[in-house]
Design a protein around this ligand. Sequence first.
Ligand code: CP
Length: 308
Amino acid sequence: HRHLLGIKGLTEQDITLLLDRADEAVKISRQREKKTSSLRGLTQINLFFEASTRTQSSFELAGKRLGADVMNMSVGNSSVKKGETLIDTAMTLNAMHPDVLVVRHASAGAAALLAQKVSCSVVNAGDGQHEHPTQALLDALTIRRAKGKLSRIIVAICGDVLHSRVARSNILLLNQMGARVRVVAPATLLPAGIEQMGVEVYRSMAEGLKDADVVMMLRLQRERMAGSFVPSVREYFHYYGLDAEKLKAAKDDALVMHPGPMNRGVEIASEIADGPQSVIEQQVEMGVAVRMAVMETLLLSQNQGPRL
Ligand code: CP
């Protein structure tokens, strides 16, 4: 079986073919009749152990638009509450013959672990601080549609890089596609050895955003900071929150992105999130298309797309 566990391991050609297929899915999603039958008869189970608005709903819509039967496991009401383990939960669902399991979990490596155990495809919908591959793909699609390319563009990823699987997957993908990636953050919110991922590191927004084509803001993940450094919101916004003044350093036509959920007034000012350079809603639209493309690529036996 084939899985999508991370961006790591995907080639430039894999990514390009997935984005090309997603461009086609955008057209389907903009029609009045959005349903196709390419995955008719197949079963998709979404298994989310962490909260989600965008990822879970877009995976559900993606499966339905391709004609699959989609089931959302409500973990909060499941036997996980009685102590059933991740593996036992997944094996129980596996016995019902799904074709794909979409998994979000707080532990890095959870999706890869399940992929070794179950007999269907597994898609990683976010595993701890490790990877969120479909987020990076939808971000890439949003950028490619606006800028026409990914190679040689300057992307500044700003804020809580330390806790961000979104940042990790984006760095891997953008580097693979030949973009120039910067990270902009205080030292306390950067993982050790981040330079080894092939990024330029900046401490100041004024320097890090200079001439950027894309400014990608990250959510300050206070729920993952228990017992460690938690910055004051006011101080954080002063130095790292994206406002009109800081955005001036980037190119005039720079895109403003945020994976959501946003903390308005913490990492991004409302006037910027809702402003003319923001493509945050386009990112959400691209999320459905990318997930359609991923599911088709994994599940269609006759596909011409990338082998994941
Ligand atoms: N961007 C993202 O993963 O959002 P959700 O947590 O709402 O799915």
